[in-house]
Design a protein around this ligand. Structure first.
Ligand code: GTP
Ligand code: MG
Length: 165
């Protein structure tokens, strides 16, 4: 079955949004198979976001992700990767639709927006509260990266017979 790695980023934890965000995935009907509060070491953040290594905002991104505890989650379900990305919304909270987690709970702040800058580090970028894997392969890779053996739990939710016909 498909699985995805969802992570509530440090801003989501500090702003008290943990319950709200977990609730959205629970209510949708996906199965939670892993959950923990975790202070992410720098090396793990770098490994997780290694595809973005060459981006000018990479150092800021690593500082952000390691700035406080995160909530690590594994969720399972048919089509869970794409569906979770829809629930989460667009990367930049400015572009995220209402009804999505980022659209409802994240904002763009700051006034020093520099249109002609080539360096996107100088452009304020709204903190976007949550991460979701972008492919089933990355879902598996990231769950293996963030969870130790035995931390992911297989179980059968009592609601399962009520979800399909
Ligand atoms: P994740 O679920 O966190 O992986 O976000 P995403 O898949 O929607 O976006 P992507 O993987 O392209 O970028 C990872 C993270 O880097 C984003 O969630 C942002 O926190 C950050 N990021 C992406 N683009 C920019 C940018 O242009 N400027 C800044 N400062 N941060 C960015
Ligand atoms: Mg991504």
């Amino acid at each position: 079955v498909e699985e995805t790695y969802i992570m509530i980023k440090p801003d989501g934890v500090q702003r008290g949004l943990v319950g709200e965000i977990i609730t959205r995935f629970e209510k949708k009907g996906f199965k939670l198979t892993g959950l923990k509060l975790f202070q992410c070491p720098t090396e793990l953040a770098q490994e997780h976001y290694k595809d973005l290594q060459s981006k000018p905002f990479f150092p800021k991104l690593i500082n952000y992700i390691t700035s406080g505890p995160v909530v690590c989650m594994a969720w399972e379900g048919v089509g869970v990767v794409a569906s979770a990305r829809k629930l989460i919304g667009a990367t930049n909270p400015l572009n995220a639709e209402p009804g999505t987690i980022r659209g409802d709970l994240a904002v763009q702040t700051g006034s020093n927006y520099t249109v002609d800058s080539q360096d996107s580090m100088l452009i304020p970028f709204g903190r976007n509260v949550v991460h979701g894997s972008d492919s089933p392969e990355n879902g598996k890779r990231e769950i293996a990266l963030w969870f130790k053996q035995g931390e992911v739990c297989q179980w059968t939710p009592a609601q399962e017979p009520w979800l399909t016909e």
